[in-house]
Structures are given as C-alpha cells and as structure tokens.
Write a protein that binds this ligand. Structure first.
Ligand code: ZN
Length: 129
C-alpha cells in the first residue's frame, strides 16, 4: 500500500502514524515496513512533540552544512541527500492483531530534507507464520 505526503518546507517532519496504521490489515500480526522511495527524505520512529519536531529540523540543519559539497555541481541538493543519509529510508514496526505496537511516545515520522515536494510512502506488512 502506498500514500502520498505533500510537504511545504525544505526541511520538515511529518507525523504519518495514522496513515501507516490505516494501511495495516485488522487481522495482521508480524512486521510493518514503512519505506520512502526517495533519496532526499527519510523515515524514523520518534516522539511527535511539536517543539521536538522543530528541533529535529534544526539539528539536521546544523549537522550538515548547506553548501560546499561536490554533488551541488549537479543539482544543488547534496545537503538534502546527506541529511536523508543520516535518517535512512525506512522504519520497521511490530504489528500485533492489526495495530502498530509502538511505545507510548513513539510515532512514525516522515522527514522531508528537500521540500516542498510530494513524497510517496510505501507500507508493507509481512505476516509472521
Ligand atoms: Zn541530488
């Protein structure tokens, strides 16, 4: 299953937990893989507290310099690729009886590193035997 997220800032964290949960069959037990099919966005599991989401964006901005990278000669977005590299393109979440078995403070977050863009997120549920 797949859904689309439209972002509206260069670096932005979007809580996609409800959309991922909605893609999990109600009778499934196993693992859910959330994957973003892009090289300048990432998927992580963390707390969706609004100030923390701003901190994540600020942290990524400080962790990777905006300019001075070789890939910028091609399309000017090396910083976006490198920020996404820190995050990874997927997260794996246990599924129990059709619900995401997340901790109390855990949410599934799509992290845009080169927005605004339209992002395709793939949700795959693998059932345990
Ligand atoms: Zn590029």
């Amino acid at each position: 299953m797949e859904f689309t997220v439209d972002t509206d800032a260069r670096t932005q964290v979007v809580d996609v937990t409800d959309r991922v949960a909605g893609a999990v069959p109600s009778d499934a037990t196993g693992i859910c893989t959330v994957f973003v099919r892009h090289t300048t966005a990432g998927v992580v599991v963390n707390e969706a507290e609004s100030r923390l989401l701003d901190d994540v964006a600020a942290f990524l901005g400080e962790a990777v310099a905006d300019e001075g990278w070789r890939h910028d000669d091609l399309d000017g977005n090396a910083d976006s690729h490198l920020r996404a590299l820190l995050l990874g393109p997927s997260a794996t979440i246990p599924v129990v009886d059709g619900r995401l078995d997340l901790g109390t403070w855990q949410s599934v977050l799509l992290v845009e590193c080169d927005g605004p863009r339209s992002r395709r997120v793939t949700v795959t549920v693998t059932r345990s035997a």
